[in-house]
Write a protein that binds this ligand. Structure first.
Ligand code: M6R
Length: 612
């Protein structure tokens, strides 16, 4: 959700903090702030409601704040409305300690009341200010900042990544984490903390991932990490191997469009290293043949678009494995007393690897004795590190809030895993296995063909952008794909939209279809094309305007009935959603563009949902 950054070094901190925040603005964007310390001016804080641009203008690009030590924050409000006062950093009552926070302090009310009884006055409605005030209280007791942080961490409950500076420590930046991401960056001219590697990649590729309960003390030349007992910890450093341009727009008007266009390459990178001599090779994981044979249940657990990948995979895996597969929303799984034991495989899907509900669901699955396999995009993220096995989607950094390339790489990776498991179970015929694998290798090329016709989709968007309610209908894989198409549209264009299994229309939903209602009818799943056609006829008879999506071989048939038709190349049915979803992503993008929406940063949303 929020993004935090900190820098201590030999350069002016404010411009570096603003630059890092700009790269993390997708994490939250309702307010922003920075605090910088200098010898002459002490602690200087500037924060404001609104986008980062407002803060950058207010501080003249950071030039107004002098000092080489500082912290910054871009906010997605949880406690207290987005305004200047609730924006971070929060400063303790005596003005000597400033703090930025990502996460939620669950017992903040009780702590706040306790401090109020001691006479502390609060300015904001946030849970985070309570921590700043509590720090001052404990610092006054022990006069040692590290010790004070340790005492505070023992009193607070919830999730946090903190960046802390104190006027009495002119050269030190303090950080702590539990259940919210935080990385350490080792630079030549100073050291960093950040919620995300993207914030520091311009300055250093040398990073380490903080673990839960750890506290770090950074100076310009050193980074010392301690566990929750304040015992020093040796950190393993890693090198970030993607290029800084991967997190820039590269000439595109929006990250979303850039990321849509990057999909063929992202898919190639995700599948190529895992197909060798006509076989799926997953050296990264350790599921033995015996374990796979003994499996009694498979769960797929995720949120949002990642959950939609799970929906597609349920259909595909059940076909390939002939075993029951259950897809559960992570936010439900964690509280539904799931039937998990040591013969249960729980597949966790997450782009960010930090989604709180997904992480909690994974921990619950592990607690119950299940084995967890995570499909994650962000290397070194919490889910990736805690899962029993992890497979990365090599999509590269995804910045737009609406996921696209992460979704399609998750789809193909899940198909690969499905094939791998089916092979071990002997539940897929060799011929079928070979065809799917060969078709999968042609996906990047076929997807490129879809992208070459993006102007057609733009045209349809210009025809339909002013509808205020849109239905996506489809059966089987088309239904699962429609869920993603509908989410994409609603999250960035704010048009009300629902996805329905076509067979369910007559059980209620069809009453909503009237003259001119736009229905996006999905008929790309070959085995059920005739049924899809019947549903098109059904809604047309009630006055619907139909935009249909099908495959090239059915284009002619569909064109005879639908008002507008988009056709994608044919591939194996289980892979079809990977191609079919691309026009739906583009449709959402161009509709949002026509409506003048803020595509990369839709209202009320954030890229990484690290609160419950
Ligand atoms: O990072 P995750 O894959 O765990 O995120 C899950 C959802 O929050 C995410 O897919 C969300 O639905 C997207 N913004 C949709 O485009």
């Amino acid at each position: 959700m929020c993004g935090i950054i900190g820098f201590v070094g030999r350069e002016q901190a404010a411009p570096i903090l603003l630059d890092g925040l700009e790269r993390m603005e997708y994490r939250g964007y309702d307010s922003a702030g920075i605090a910088v310390r200098s010898e002459t001016k002490g602690l200087q804080v500037k924060k404001t409601k609104g986008r980062l641009k407002v803060l950058a203008d207010l501080t003249h690009g950071g030039a107004d704040l002098e000092g080489t030590l500082g912290i910054g924050h871009t906010r997605w409000a949880t406690h207290g409305e987005p305004n200047d006062v609730n924006a971070h950093p929060h400063v303790s009552e005596n003005g000597r300690i400033a703090l930025v926070h990502n996460g939620i302090i669950e017992n903040y009310m009780e702590l706040k009341e306790h401090l109020q009884k001691l006479g502390v006055t609060f300015k904001s409605d946030t849970d985070s200010e309570v921590v700043a005030q509590l720090l001052e209280y404990h610092y006054n007791e022990c006069h040692n900042m590290l010790e004070a942080v340790g005492r505070v961490l023992r009193r607070i409950e919830g999730s946090y990544a903190f960046g802390i500076i104190c006027a009495d420590y002119p050269n030190a930046l303090i950080a702590a984490r539990k259940d919210s991401p935080l990385i350490l960056g080792y630079g030549r001219n100073g050291n960093f903390i950040a919620s995300d590697v993207t914030a520091v990649i311009k300055y250093t590729r040398d990073v380490a991932y903080m673990d839960d309960g750890e506290i770090a003390v950074l100076t310009a030349d050193s980074v010392d990490v301690f566990d929750d007992e304040l015992v020093p910890v040796e950190k393993k450093r890693s090198t970030v191997n993607w290029d800084v341009s991967a997190a820039e727009k590269g000439g595109y008007p929006h990250f979303m469009l850039k990321e849509v266009m990057e999909q063929p390459e992202a898919i190639r990178k995700t599948i190529s290293p895992r197909i060798k001599n006509g076989r799926v090779v997953l050296d990264e994981i350790s599921l033995t043949e015996d374990y796979v044979r003994e499996l009694s249940r498979i769960f797929i657990v995720a949120c949002g678009s990642s959950y939609h990948v799970g929906m597609v995979s349920k259909y595909n895996w059940e076909k390939l494995l002939r075993r029951p597969v259950e897809v559960v929303l992570a936010s439900e799984f964690r509280y539904c007393d799931p039937l998990v034991d040591e013969k249960t495989l729980v597949v966790i899907i997450s782009q960010s690897g930090e989604t709180l509900d997904t992480m909690a669901a994974m921990r619950e699955a592990k607690r119950l004795g299940g084995r967890t396999l995570a499909i994650v995009n962000v290397v070194g993220s919490s889910i990736a590190r805690e899962a029993d096995d992890v497979l990365y989607t090599w999509a590269g950094p995804e910045i737009a809030v609406a996921t696209t390339k992460a979704y399609t790489t998750q789809l193909v990776l899940m198909d690969l895993v499905g094939l791998y498991l089916a092979d071990r179970l002997g539940s897929v015929e060799q011929k079928e296995y070979d065809v799917i694998l060969s078709e999968m290798q042609q996906l990047p090329e076929k997807m490129q063909q879809v992208l070459c016709h993006k102007e057609n989709i733009q045209y349809f968007a210009s025809r339909y952008f002013n509808h205020d309610s849109i239905f996506f209908i489809g059966r089987n894989l088309d239904y699962a794909m429609g869920m993603e198409g509908s989410l994409k549209l609603k999250e960035i264009s704010y048009i009300h939209s629902e996805a329905y299994a076509s067979g369910e229309l007559k059980h209620g939903t069809i009453s909503l279809i009237e003259q001119g209602t736009l229905v996006v009818a999905l008929g790309s799943y070959g085995p059920l094309f005739d049924k899809a056609m019947s549903n098109v006829v059904e809604v047309k008879a009630r006055g619907a305007e139909v935009l249909a999506l099908t495959t090239e071989n059915f284009r002619e048939k569909m064109e005879k009935t639908a008002d507008a038709t988009i056709a994608v190349p044919v591939t194996h049915p289980i892979l079809q959603p990977s191609l079919g979803v691309v026009p739906l992503q583009l449709f959402a993008y161009y509709v949002a563009l026509q409506r003048g929406c803020d595509i990369d940063k839709p209202r009320n949303l954030a890229k990484s949902v690290t609160v419950e």
